[in-house]
Design a protein around this ligand. Structure first.
Ligand code: FE2
Length: 312
């Protein structure tokens, strides 16, 4: 091996060895504060609803088992995620449609927006899903959904698929029998948070999250290994501002207002989804009483010692 005679020779030798001098990086490896990669954004249910209805006419479930619309963050180069670790989607299920039983390592939950008559079966327990309900399908739990009613049903899905993409422990499997063969109907389940129970708990809550809402409850502790869920009631006016290393998605269950992220104002109404990426200062301004579901990857950051939060 000839000895490189110049720095340029040395660096081209490094390239051939698939190595790089730590003093000569093309891209920095460390920086002082989190970068702003993903963008604040809002998706409006009023725009999505007719698009889902059109998909309902044009896309049968023979063609696509799921009729869902993923919310792709407009950050440059992003192909899928809504924020770094989470993805959200709107889904519509027509009467008589069944999503067959399957399981996967990504954790998931859904928030029901409209329509009566759907059920979800998780590890052999079948529960009704009604508007305002939040239902969990944890890592590797068998789950199937069915619309046994007469109305089109609309819901929001939230999953940690982008986190699984980053860390790569992806496994997915269809149930060998299509559906679980032993199913028990239950009204109460640890995977089901009922709207009326959430409202009652919110009414009793004195936790204002340090001024980030009028009241909040945590659903589960956390709801899923990677995802924390907080139902928050807002009163008219502005909350305090928050900056956290965790990523958040907010779903609007009731009310209207806007979320200000940095210098971007994102107006929202019922059924909308707001993306608040990590380390962006944000505050909510409600036009009156409102209820939001905060879906956050905070449990990941807590477990790893990387949670930093500032309230101003
Ligand atoms: Fe699934």
């Amino acid at each position: 091996m000839t000895r490189p005679q110049s720095l340029d020779d040395l660096y081209s030798r490094f390239d051939g060895m698939h190595m790089e001098g730590g003093w000569h990086r093309k891209f920095p490896a460390l920086w002082p504060v989190p970068e702003e990669n993903f963008l604040p954004y809002v998706w409006h249910y009023a725009e999505v609803h007719p698009a889902l209805d059109a998909a309902g006419d044009l896309v049968s479930t023979e063609f696509a088992e799921r009729r869902n619309l993923t919310m792709r963050n407009p950050a440059e180069g992003n192909r899928y995620a809504t924020v770094r670790t989470l993805v959200a989607a709107y889904q519509m299920v027509k009467p008589g449609e069944i999503a067959k039983s399957h399981r996967h390592t990504p954790n998931a939950l859904r928030l029901i927006l409209d329509g009566q008559g759907t059920t979800t079966t998780v590890d052999g327990k079948r529960v009704n899903m009604r508007p305002g309900d939040v239902l969990l399908t944890p890592n590797w739990a068998w789950h199937a959904h069915e619309n046994a009613g007469t109305e089109d049903c609309y819901w929001l899905d939230f999953l940690d698929v982008p986190a699984v993409h980053l860390l790569e422990p992806m496994f997915f499997e269809r149930h060998p029998d299509g559906l679980e063969d032993v199913v028990e109907d239950v009204e109460n389940s640890p995977i089901a948070f009922r709207w009326e129970d959430s409202l009652a708990s919110l009414g009793r809550s004195t936790d204002d999250a340090g001024g980030l809402c009028a009241a909040q409850i945590e659903m589960g502790s956390p709801a899923l290994e990677t995802i924390g869920l907080y139902m928050q009631r807002l009163a008219a006016g502005s909350t305090k501002a928050m900056r956290t290393t965790a990523n958040s998605l907010f779903a609007v269950i009731e009310g209207q207002g806007q979320t200000v992220v940095g210098d971007v104002a994102l107006p929202w109404a019922r059924g909308d989804v707001i993306a608040v990426p990590a380390w962006r200062a944000y505050r909510h301004e409600a036009g009156g009483d409102a209820v939001l579901l905060r879906v956050t990857d905070k449990p990941i950051f807590e477990k790893l010692g990387w949670l930093r939060e500032e309230i101003a």
